[in-house]
Design a protein around this ligand. Structure first.
Ligand code: SF4
Ligand code: SF4
Length: 423
């Protein structure tokens, strides 16, 4: 038995469709409820993670016409931008491309991901331009001054990912850890939102293809095709969306010991067309394999499942400022990859709007101010504690819920792909 996309879309339009988040489907399965094809029409899936393959294109006026001929170089809040490709000769307009992993020349703890969030928060952004005549000038802009501000993913939304460990004898600086990766399997870094992950729910990409409408950082956007390093076993997507419509809580910067990284979130509707998709959406975390990879050689050294990562784990870090011991140096404040920890009149503070729930603070706090059950990877007789999560399942759940509500209210229309992505 199967249904067509048009049949499901028509049901959605008539307000007759059953739309569930991937989490709700899983809860039905866990309550031993048998789910048949006719019980669910659309499943909303989501992931929030560090996504290196991100860049943004901006176009905005920065000076009166003929104030300069063309820009050669530019920086936004010190983050280097590529000027062009259009030179906008003599127009006083900048076209810029900024990488999510670019690092500010003014602040090594600030990068493209931080900049994109600041722009979406409509903060004032300082622009510095070097012209072809060797002159420099500066200006201030906000998102409202930018007719075009678009975020692109070149490699987003992997069908889950990998756990990394360091079996060597030396600590390692890497994009897969916020601090130096401790040696001798002392901890693991994990990525992937398990059973919530969009491509995990449609692994053959029967519904996610070129032209599929999705949410990127809360804004409606589109899949444009496969991303770089996409494989049949582990596909990922390219796509874009408008920064003007994004929600800052779904995006941001994430500092690693190898430089700034970029956080993005995707939510994708998966129409349940057939039993094969139904079988995928009913899978749980412990049904989804998780390779364990040596962070230096990038070769697998074992395997477990996402059950180790998300089953029984705290999705949100607990915070109790009253438990602070007032240490001379606050390690959580130093290592927090989103700079969400501060001190106010001697007491620690936590900014929940920027916190990524990576869990690192809970592993280094000398008291019990930050605490969380993060689980451990069990493979080949080893048990390696998870010390940092580069995916935020808490907010992925919220985004999946948000997409479900938009579909039910009729403000988000599911679209049939224009073309399949070949695996
Ligand atoms: S490490 Fe923990 S206990 Fe010590 S100052 Fe920081 S928050 Fe307080
Ligand atoms: S969980 Fe802790 S270390 Fe991680 S982002 Fe939040 S406050 Fe920072």
């Amino acid at each position: 038995m199967s249904r067509t996309f048009s049949e499901i879309k028509s049901k959605v339009k008539r307000g007759k469709a059953v739309v569930l988040t991937a989490q709700e489907v899983r809860e039905l399965v866990e309550s031993k409820k048998h789910i048949a094809l006719e019980d669910v029409d659309v499943v909303t899936c989501a992931t929030r993670a560090v996504m290196s393959g991100t860049y943004a294109v901006f176009s905005f006026p920065v000076a009166r016409p003929h104030a300069f001929r063309r820009a050669e170089k530019a920086w936004l809040n010190g983050v280097p931008a590529q000027a062009g490709p259009c030179p906008n000769e003599g127009l006083g307009v900048l076209d810029l491309m900024v990488f999510g992993t670019a690092r500010s020349k003014n602040d090594l703890r600030y990068g493209g991901g931080h900049l994109f969030r600041d722009i979406v928060e409509r903060k004032k952004i300082s622009v510095k331009v070097e012209t072809d005549a060797g002159k420099t000038f500066e200006a201030e802009v906000t998102l409202d001054d930018m007719p075009l501000a678009r975020l692109f993913g070149t490699r987003h939304c992997f069908k889950n990912y990998t756990a990394f460990v360091n079996p060597g004898d030396e600590p390692v600086s890497t994009i897969f850890h916020a601090i130096e990766f401790g040696p001798r399997l002392s901890g693991a870094s994990v990525s992937g939102c398990g059973h919530l992950n969009p491509a995990e729910n449609d692994p053959l990409l029967e519904t996610i293809g070129v032209g599929t409408r999705v949410l990127i950082n809360g804004a409606e956007g589109y899949v444009t095709g496969e991303g770089t390093r996409s494989t049949p076993e582990k596909p990922n997507f390219s796509g874009f969306a408008d920064l003007h419509r994004m929600d800052p809580e779904y995006m941001g910067g994430f500092l690693t010991s190898s430089g700034p990284e970029c956080v993005c979130s995707w939510a994708v509707p998966v129409p349940v067309l057939n039993r094969s998709i139904l079988a995928s959406v009913t899978k749980g975390d412990s049904d989804i394999s998780l390779p364990v990879v040596d962070v230096v050689s990038r070769t697998p050294i074992g395997a477990t499942t996402y059950g180790d990562v998300w089953e029984d784990a705290d999705l949100e870090v607990r915070f109790d400022s009253g438990a602070c011991k007032g240490c001379d140096r606050c390690r959580p404040e130093e290592v927090c990859p989103t700079r969400s920890i501060g001190f106010d009149t001697g007491m620690p503070t936590l900014d929940r709007t920027t916190c990524f729930n990576c869990g690192l603070c809970a592993t280094v706090c000398a008291g019990d101010v930050f605490s969380a059950e993060l689980g451990a990877l069990c493979f080949d007789g080893q048990k390696v504690p998870i010390v940092v999560r580069q995916s935020d399942r808490q907010r992925a759940l919220r985004l999946a819920e948000d997409l479900k509500m938009r579909i039910l209210e009729g403000s988000f229309e599911i679209t049939e792909m224009a073309e399949r992505i070949l695996l």
